[in-house]
Design a protein around this ligand. Sequence first.
Ligand SMILES: [Zn+2]
Length: 394
Amino acid sequence: MKTFNNPPKLNTDRRFSDNMTSSHALTLKAKQGEKGNSKGTPYALPAFNITTIQGINAAFDAFEILGASGVLAVSNSALKHFGGGDPITGLEVAADYIASRAKRSTIQVATHLDHGDYTTEAGRKVVQGAVQHLTGVMADNSTDHANKCGRSLEENIGYTREVVNMAHPLGVSVEGELGVLAGEEDEDTKSEISTYTQPDEFEQFITETGVLMIAPTIGTMHGPNKGKPGTKVKLNIELAHELLKIADRVQPETIFVAHGASTLYPQVVEYAVEKLQSLGAGMAEKYGQTWKNYVGTDWEQIQGLIGAGFAKVNTDTENRQTFLSALLGAVNENAAKVDIRWYDKKTTEALTQSYLVKCIMADNYGVWHEPKINVEKFIFDLHVSLADTLKNAQ
Ligand SMILES: [Zn+2]
């Protein structure tokens, strides 16, 4: 599996459909602090895991309100959900819908396969399909999920290089993973073990694979429980800077990606517990504590990463929680509405608010045009409708 020739460079001449571009192009712009025609301090793109058409709408609405760049990520299980069980159908459905919205949009977006697995036959089919339909793919080959252990560096490089060989000539950027990330995101990414990325392995990995995006493991964790309640997640920012120094020497256009970077919202948890309480019949007792036990990463920690070359920050749990909170609120308000669109609208608007917050936190606004709201005045509160939130932020 050893490769001796140089890996293919990303084909930056590839033109995708209107307002679609590679994940690398958008995140490089962010790492270089480019907004409009000026260059400022680095910002990051929160990558949103999309699982429904409503989720796509919410993301576009948020990006367009802010003039932000967007990364829409789809996991294998999300693709199955989109495709009625078949991930390839799901790829076509999601990619076509996103392209239609992008065509009419004021901003640019990238589409990204989250945790593509090139080590199994079924996974390979999805990665191959993603290279045809999306603008970026992740080749997550660092963990052997079946045997619950890390894969050897050589194997990881070999598989990742095969994805680069296929994707880069088509202008589709590839994100590799090095080190093992603990936690559970969904059925595709469960791991109980965790190892930090080794600097010497890191240099060999980016040189031999040619990836321009990489998820090093520096202490983040997948899922809603990143530690015991009351404890704080501590990221290894020094290691991130050490890796950045190597990247600056070997390939300065390297983008770091933070996985498991969810920063949970206390106000969303409070809102959910309040709605569970008014639903009565033991709901708060049964589920309230689970809500209160969720532990995310502090945003200050994530901000530390943005200064260390991280320009793609994957967030999912807090958006899922916001969606569920809004649904609990809707059921509280009227549990007899038979119009499904009403529930869809409530949850989509809550998601939009969550996406707005994340983009503002990561400084991802005013990239393609001036924001339509005053971001300083934006207050996220599920008791207030999206329309009123936007009006209050004028
Ligand atoms: Zn992840």
